[in-house]
Design a protein around this ligand. Sequence first.
Ligand code: SF4
Length: 249
Amino acid sequence: MEYISCKSALSKSRLPGLNYTFNPYVGCKHGCIYCYVPDVLKLNMDWGREVYIKRNVLNILRREVLYKKPGIVGISTSTDPYQSIEKDLEITRRAIMILNSAGFRISIQTKSPLVLRDLDLMNERFDVGFTITSFNEDFRKKFEPNAPSIDERISALEEISSRGIKTWIFYGPVISGFNDSEDDIKNIVLLASKTKSKIIYDKLNIKPKVIKRMQGINIKEVNFKKLINLCKEHSVKYEPAFRGEPYEH
Ligand code: SF4
């Protein structure tokens, strides 16, 4: 773990439904091999092994909330805000407290059950998204080698939903032949129905570093018709992911 300094805390976002993004860390230990953050942000780091901690990000955030117009903040878009080190550092937790008391709304996206720690801070101005790419642990081990297990994510999603917090599922990237079987789709839709979550789906973002990490994996075009039909059948809301900014973990 290394510390770095940053110049700003809240960045303007072009993602739908988000006014700002907040990323407390650079890098992500989950090490998903499909992650296109290093390509988009042009990061030359050992992806999945290194994480840099923004040492001054909370001080800057405290200043920024005084003059920036309150809006919806995505936490986070180019890292998972619940890295294992977050358990000790509590940067994400303290950022949520700062944003909350300044009247900002918060949209969390994570793969980690550590988010449950911050349930006590959540209210009707929050939504929480879990990336659930498959119900198959073999898929998780191959594509998201260091990320929390699928079962942990499902339990955390169910817990948060049961507390009345708005939830959503990020089903992406969908990689044809690996996580788009009828069972995969059915499991995701039924979970969304049970937890009243919207599904945001995405295909693989093919970028140079992604291709390098996914060597040997045959990438084919994916079709979302079955997903959409099943969502309609179960009255589950769905939408395709916005493309152009990191938004996949
Ligand atoms: S996809 Fe998300 S969780 Fe996976 S390595 Fe990238 S930032 Fe981390």
